[in-house]
Ligand binder design. Sequence first.
Ligand SMILES: C[S@@+](CC[C@H](N)C(=O)[O-])C[C@H]1O[C@@H](n2cnc3c(N)ncnc32)[C@H](O)[C@@H]1O
Length: 190
Amino acid sequence: MKGRESGMPAEALWASFFDAPAILAAIGLRDDDTVVDYGSGYGGFALAAAAATRGAVHALDIEPDLVALLAARAAAAGFDALRVRQCDFLAGDDGGLAAGSATLALAFNILHVEQPATLLVTARRALAPGGRLAVIHWRSDIETPRGPPLAMRPRPSDVAAWAAAAGFGAAQTVELGAAAPWHYGLVVAR
Ligand SMILES: C[S@@+](CC[C@H](N)C(=O)[O-])C[C@H]1O[C@@H](n2cnc3c(N)ncnc32)[C@H](O)[C@@H]1O
């Protein structure tokens, strides 16, 4: 099931909200990370991750058109280690990732879905010991130019509590600054 309020606006508008390389640097992407990106959308974060790590990047999305678009972009860029797959992670589909095969999971602009716990449990299973889950989402405490309805937006405290319930450690706040002026960032350790 596609998560609520998870359609994408026009790409140029969406891209204008984020400095993807700077966000990935802020959340602590390492050059040997194996990354899984839950709900990769247009792929701005997956492409930036593929440019910054020697490890594989697994981009997962439910929309066939977005999957095809990103696969084509990965091929055009010569990013052989960027693997794009269609899957429904709200149905418990792990995108074919072996348990413990990733070191960094991205849940960017997606945890307002109906079943955030399903995604968090799936992400924790995909992560190796010592792995991290990074979350960014639209803030509720300031005016923002986009984002799901306020009542649906997870606050940092919601994410921290859901992550703890899924077995993750304490949440660390990440300062995103100008890289994402309308977002907050968190990292939790597996
Ligand atoms: C708001 S977009 C965010 C895209 C990307 N993470 C970003 O921040 O640029 C959410 C994405 O999640 C995808 N999605 C929604 N429900 C999904 C599901 N159940 N399984 C896989 N992908 C899903 C949507 O198709 C969409 O591309």
